[in-house]
Ligand binder design. Structure first.
Ligand SMILES: *[C@@H]1O[C@H](CO)[C@@H](O)[C@H](O)[C@H]1NC(C)=O
Ligand SMILES: *[C@@H]1O[C@H](CO)[C@@H](O)[C@H](O)[C@H]1NC(C)=O
Ligand SMILES: *[C@@H]1O[C@H](CO)[C@@H](O)[C@H](O)[C@H]1NC(C)=O
Length: 247
């Protein structure tokens, strides 16, 4: 009887926790990361740069493991990047059994806080995928990313979002609230491309492209503009004439 009551209490508290959980992360708990069988993925976990947590870990519902930063295992690495106020979890050799819920957790004064939750789906042909999960461009230049989606997502909302502040650009939206430095064009069939123009160093960081609730992360590196060397040659023979060579 006591055991039954205990079990009942346990289920009630789990349900309560689930309801609370859904309320706290509404909009983000329905993010589904789709990865090809055998593939790998890196997920960024941002934390407060002004008040960095004492402990950070990657929680897996699959085996209920907590992997603290900085751990490197054969199929999983959890690495802290204090210079970017984030840690990353890289999962490799993903198999169907790894499908499930995962979270980024930070601990301050022994108090754990879930900062990000996702559902990972390992699929033979992923709902949303990218050719490369890392792109780079020069300051002032352009970069383009192509995101592929399966036929079931043709009519879903297509977005390009920044992880850090969770701000998004939406395909097909022409209102002025969207910045013209990001253009999204959707072929309506199997992919959309994101063009970021006039890159700035501050654009560097983690983004994701999504179709409906399915998403895939991409890391953008922005390198400093290449210096243009200008050689000035003043020719003595013809006073006043100046030739310039640009490289
Ligand atoms: C890593 O993944 C491979 C492929 O699934 C598996 O054979 C291997 O046992 C895994 N390693 C560990 C330490 O789990
Ligand atoms: C960047 O894209 C814009 C808009 O498509 C284009 O006008 C510009 O020439 C591109 N710049 C470079 C360096 O490719
Ligand atoms: C676009 O965004 C950048 C910063 O992200 C900002 O400096 C710029 O003013 C924005 N442009 C428009 C038209 O909103």
């Amino acid at each position: 009887m006591a055991a039954y009551a205990k079990a009942k209490l346990f289920y009630i508290s789990v349900m309560f926790w689930l309801i609370l959980g859904v309320e706290c992360y509404s909009g983000w708990s329905n993010h589904v990361l789709t990865i090809k069988t055998g593939g790998s993925v890196t997920i960024p976990c941002h934390y407060d740069e002004k008040n960095p947590p004492q402990k950070k870990y990657w929680y897996s519902e699959y085996d209920q493991s907590k992997i603290y930063t900085n751990t490197i295992e054969e199929n999983l690495s959890v690495i802290d990047h204090p210079d970017q106020s984030l840690f990353t979890a890289t999962m490799r050799n993903l198999q169907n059994k790894h499908t499930g819920g995962y979270s980024c957790v930070v601990e301050t004064e022994g108090q754990p806080t879930v900062t990000y939750e996702l559902f990972l789906k390992v699929q033979s042909s992923p709902d949303v995928s990218v050719v490369s999960s890392s792109v780079s461009g020069h300051e002032g230049g352009n970069v383009s990313v192509q995101c592929f989606y399966s036929s079931g997502y043709q009519n879903s909302l297509k977005q390009w979002c920044r992880y850090k502040d969770q701000s998004c650009y939406t395909a097909g939206r022409t209102d002025t609230s969207q910045n013209s430095s990001v253009q999204i064009s959707d072929d309506g069939r199997s992919s959309f491309s994101v063009l970021m123009t006039g890159l700035r160093l501050s654009d560097c960081g983690w983004f994701f492209c999504s179709a409906g609730e399915a998403m895939n992360p991409v890391y953008l590196t922005v390198t400093e503009a290449e210096p243009v060397t200008v050689h000035l040659t003043v020719t003595e023979a013809e006073p006043g004439s100046v030739t310039t060579d640009q490289h």
